[in-house]
Design a protein around this ligand. Structure first.
Ligand code: NDP
Length: 287
């Protein structure tokens, strides 16, 4: 028989998660603090619960998608007894340490716990491009993976409960810095009347090609030897020409200046001829 699932939190994301389960004929009970948000889900086959406790009682797997770490505790703490022996899958965005704290709390209460990171926006849930990261109790992941697969690709990282959040936030960090790089270039060509859209078309193919270099950086960083032949040196990578250009164009150069600072730190330490990947050490050094 199908595993009954509860979804606590029917914001934009919670509604998308619940809708994907309903669509897949998973018996789904839904609850939201503010009433009214469940109406459409109930019309399409979900069961509405008057309280979070009623929702939990009806379910074997409790999916949580609230605002933040504090709201998760606010909702789950009073239900600890009810949750015992059940599985909680928390898809609320938290920091890695907050995820680990929730994992310890759940373990102490006898609750199975998986923490998740959703690598999608609500409209993507249940489509091919959607992926959700999980970490925590492996038996919960293995036992209920079929349910999670209704949201997209399900990827499990390990028993360290903080890993899904760590990967999620690390990928977002990489994405935002890359986006800022595009904005830097767009502002440069704009001075010649070239549109940001025209630049986007070129930047997309250029950046896509350049991501081919990531694996090489990874190998050098992991090997710890920045003198491996074939690398572009830090001296050669100096961004002065680009910084001079943005000054000449009269626009901001903040993304460039940030990278130049990482390079400068390593060059000041005497690593002119080491590879560009060495700027990793400017970031990863203990502070
Ligand atoms: P919304 O703001 O749309 O929804 C927030 C939900 O949290 C609402 O259901 C709200 O209930 C509930 N809530 C907030 N505080 C409390 C509380 N103290 N007690 C009970 N319920 C509470 O946010 P989203 O649905 O977009 O996001 C939910 C989570 O999913 C977040 O952690 C977000 O980071 C994550 N996420 C969202 C993505 C997105 O693109 N939207 C992408 C990836 C992750 P009420 O209706 O009563 O206010």
């Amino acid at each position: 028989t199908a595993t009954p699932v509860a979804v606590l939190g029917l914001g934009e994301m919670g509604r998308a998660l619940a809708a994907a389960l309903v669509k897949a004929d998973v018996p789904t009970t839904v609850w939201n603090r503010t009433p009214g948000k469940a109406d459409e889900l109930i019309a399409s086959g979900a069961t509405g619960a008057a309280s979070a406790e009623d929702a939990v009682t009806a379910a074997e797997v409790v999916v949580v998608c609230l605002f933040d770490h504090a709201s998760v505790h606010e909702v789950l703490d009073p239900l600890a007894q009810r949750l015992r022996g059940r599985a909680v899958v928390n898809l609320t965005t938290t920091s890695p340490e907050q995820a680990r704290e929730l994992g310890r709390w759940a373990a102490a209460e006898g609750i199975g716990y998986l923490d998740g990171g959703i690598m999608a926006v609500p409209a993507m849930i249940g489509t091919a491009g959607s992926e959700v990261f999980y970490s925590g109790d492996e038996h919960v992941f293995q036992r209920h993976k079929e349910i999670f697969d209704h949201w997209g690709t399900s990827t499990y990282f390990g028993e360290d409960t903080g890993l899904a959040s760590l990967y999620d936030l690390a990928l977002l960090a990489a994405m935002y810095v890359m986006f800022a790089g595009y904005m830097q270039g767009a502002a440069m060509v704009r001075t010649a009347g070239i549109s940001a859209s025209a630049f986007a078309a070129r930047a997309q193919s250029w950046l896509t090609a350049m991501t081919g270099g990531l694996a090489g950086f990874g190998a050098v960083i992991d090997g710890g030897d920045y003198t491996v032949p074939g690398q572009q040196s830090l001296a050669f990578s100096d961004l002065t020409k680009m910084l001079d250009a943005v000054a000449e164009l009269g626009i901001g150069g903040q993304p460039l200046a940030m990278v130049q600072e990482l390079i400068r730190k390593q060059r000041d330490a005497g690593y002119d001829e080491h590879g560009f990947a060495r700027i990793y050490e400017s970031i990863a050094a203990p502070r």
